[in-house]
Design a protein around this ligand. Structure first.
Ligand code: IMP
Length: 183
């Protein structure tokens, strides 16, 4: 029987993700011991990662979300970043941890850091589930990284293609001959 997600191939399993997310949570808890953190999730791709990661951070935290979009319906970044939803609370004087799904060209993280620095946070660190270093256009700060991936378009565990596949429990590879890419 063909799975509902067709021929998307698993690249990182749910067990590998769970193990790495717990490790990241432990590192963050150690590095910020005695402090309070504001987690800023970048929507929509980081929502599952953020939900799992925050449960492994043993510190007082608050959560906020930044809606950014750079892809439209394509698999290549347009390079034009739009704010679709802003933070709900000021971050001046706070320790901030940005939670990203994937750093690809680096343009989103660059834009985000410039924007957050202007709000005078006391410190800003970046935690990304995935990194695609081969695609970098501008240098990107990543302080905590889950996994490096090769130059593939990946979906699942929050990451989408045309809004779909975010609910896959694994990170998978969209086939190059996927009808919606080819077409
Ligand atoms: P960047 O600005 O090129 O670094 O892209 C960052 C954003 O593009 C990420 O937060 C994702 O939402 C999206 N993105 C980049 N690569 C992929 C991918 O392989 N699958 C799904 N989304 C991706």
């Amino acid at each position: 029987m063909v799975a509902w997600y067709g021929d998307i191939e698993e690249v990182i399993s749910p067990a590998e993700i769970a193990k790495r997310v717990a490790e990241l949570g432990r590192s963050i808890s150690r590095d910020f011991v005695g402090r309070e953190l504001v987690l800023i999730g970048v929507l929509k791709g980081s929502f599952l990662f953020m939900a799992d990661l925050c449960r492994h951070i043993e510190l007082p935290i608050t959560c906020d979300f930044f809606g950014l979009s750079s892809y439209g319906d394509q698999t290549k970044s347009t390079g034009v970043i739009r704010i679709t939803s802003d933070l709900k609370r000021p971050i001046a004087g706070k320790d901030v941890l940005v939670v990203e799904d994937i750093v690809d060209t680096g343009l989103t993280v660059q834009y985000l850091l410039e924007n957050l620095k202007a709000r005078r946070a006391s410190s800003i660190k970046v935690c990304s589930l995935l990194d695609k270093p081969s695609r970098r256009v501008v240098p990107a700060q990543i302080d905590y990284l889950g996994f490096s991936v090769p130059n593939l378009f990946v979906v699942g565990y929050g990451l989408d293609f045309k809004g779909r596949y975010r609910n896959l429990p694994f990170v998978g590879k969209l086939p190059d001959d996927h009808p919606e890419i080819a077409g």
